[in-house]
Design a protein around this ligand. Structure first.
Ligand code: JFZ
Length: 476
């Protein structure tokens, strides 16, 4: 399993340097068979819905929830869903955990209510993580919920419950599958090549099965695609995207699936995004000043509550755990730059959520119930970042989301040429003073009663003469 470990480290190292936006290639376009199929954002209804949802929940649930980061009496600090790799547990032994899979407290409707109350508009579910255990009764694998004491189709229960609450369901799918004898990290021999062909056929079967059994699924979020074996089979990544889009018109697919003819991932050799949106994560959120080019394409980040635990880990004291305000900051940060944010949950093996996760969902829910209008359907506002927080915008409504209280009691707003700030108010309509300090610069007064939490101001901008959005222009 050391190979698996190093392959993730490599993946992280590779993505670290290239995260969030690539400058378009300066050279003339390289001809590509498996490169980007589109150079701008999709504007169809399904993509708009994906984008407008803005806030999602991630669910990482699999056999790893049973040991919860501990193997043979030793607690491993690494991500719990990678425990098999950290503790070098052979697959056969790991998959024995299936005999213990019996989440007696699992209640799909309660999960759906929790996510809905949090303010999530969609939920990404791990159908199959690297370990290979399937949350649906796949015909193509012996390692599924069907062969556990629980026996029932967990994924089916979740899809129904989330859809009943009006939430979109997205499928996480790991291509890398430690349970499958034909999986290869690299293709070095003709035998590897034959085995990997079989593996890709198996993967196609599972993907077709998911798309046809659960036709309301809105998105496939691929993972475990960073190894040389996949990069040498770029054709397959293009094929998988096309196949899903034929089966499910409108479905969205993340950039992490894709590699081009040269094995270049996410963005092709000409600098164009592959798939429908860039998939990254919270530790590399784009810089609000330097990385504005990300506003040109769709993107989605995901985040853990501890530093890096996606699946259930029994000991959360091993790393810092984010506060609700820190989570909100990342959510608003993403939306302010035209991205989505997905907050991760790692349910316990018994089917319940740990208290910290329930409290987080409730805290986020209290905030989104009051202030969610600054998130859903919102986008980059085109105004320069200020220290007090972030701007978001929906049509003519500009929102100031205030995280940091200035000592002066004034919030600085800088507008673009031809734009004036003419009014500001809290969401309940309470007006706030707006004072022009110099041209294109204003002070908005803090509310007299401190809201005691991050809060939202609706700002009225009036366009005078020919508006010139220098920040948009700076992007091109
Ligand atoms: C992958 C998985 O290995 C992990 O277990 C979890 O499912 C997560 C959502 O996805 O981990 C990654 C993969 C890529 C990056 C970070 C974590 N990345 O792009 O830096």
């Amino acid at each position: 399993m050391r190979k698996a470990f190093s392959s993730l480290l490599l993946a992280c190292a590779l993505t670290a340097g290239t995260a969030w936006g690539q400058a378009p290639a300066a050279k003339p376009d390289v001809p590509l068979k498996y490169g980007a199929t589109r150079f701008e954002k999709r504007q169809d209804d399904a993509m708009r819905k994906f984008r407008d949802n803005r806030l999602g929940a991630f669910i990482h649930w699999g056999l790893y929830a049973i040991p919860g980061g501990e193997w043979d009496g030793k607690v491993y600090r690494g991500a719990a869903e990678w425990l098999k790799s950290w503790a070098k547990v052979p697959s056969a032994e790991w998959l024995e955990l299936m005999k213990q899979w019996n989440p007696t407290r699992f209640d799909a409707r309660a999960w759906a209510k929790m996510m809905k109350n949090m303010g999530a508009r969609y939920v990404k579910i791990t159908t199959k993580h690297h370990e290979g255990f399937c949350l649906w009764p796949s015909k193509y694998s012996p390692y599924t919920v069907a062969h556990t004491p629980y026996g029932k189709d967990i994924l089916g229960e979740l899809v129904k419950a989330f859809n009943d609450e009006g939430l979109d369901v997205h499928f996480y799918f790991s291509v890398m599958d430690w349970s499958h004898p034909d999986w290869r990290y690299d293709i070095k021999t003709p035998e590897d090549s034959v085995a990997f062909r079989r593996f890709l056929a198996f993967t196609d079967n599972q993907l077709r099965e998911l798309a046809t059994r659960y036709p309301t699924v809105k998105d496939f979020w691929f993972d475990g695609t960073w190894d040389a074996s996949i990069k040498k089979n770029a054709w397959w990544t293009a094929h998988a995207e096309t196949m899903l889009k034929e089966l499910l018109p409108g479905v969205t697919v993340n950039s992490r699936l894709r590699a081009d003819d040269y094995g270049k991932r996410h963005f092709d050799s000409n600098g164009h995004l592959m798939g429908d949106y860039e998939s990254g994560y919270e530790r590399k959120l784009p810089d609000p000043v330097r990385d504005l080019r990300v506003t040109q394409w769709d993107w989605e980040a995901c985040m853990t509550l501890p530093e890096n635990q996606w699946g259930y880990h029994k000991d959360w004291s091993l790393s810092y755990v984010k506060t609700p305000v820190e989570v909100l900051d990342r959510i608003v940060h993403a939306v302010s730059m035209g991205g989505n944010m997905v907050v991760n949950f790692g349910p316990q093996a018994d089917g319940d959520f740990r208290p910290e996760e329930k409290e987080m969902a409730e805290a986020l829910g209290r905030w989104t119930a009051r202030y969610g209008t600054c998130l859903y359907g919102c986008d980059y506002a085109g105004l320069p970042k200020q220290d007090w927080g972030y701007y978001t915008r929906r049509g003519d409504d500009v929102f100031m989301v205030v995280f940091n209280r200035p000592y002066s009691g004034w919030l600085t707003v800088k507008t673009n040429k031809g734009q004036r700030a003419t009014a500001a108010a809290l969401l309940d309509g309470t007006p706030l003073r707006v004072v022009e300090t110099t041209s294109n610069e204003y002070n908005v007064a803090m509310p007299s009663a401190d809201p005691g939490e991050p809060f939202v101001i609706r700002l009225t901008l009036t366009t005078t003469g020919k508006a010139n959005n220098q920040y948009r222009e700076a992007l091109t």
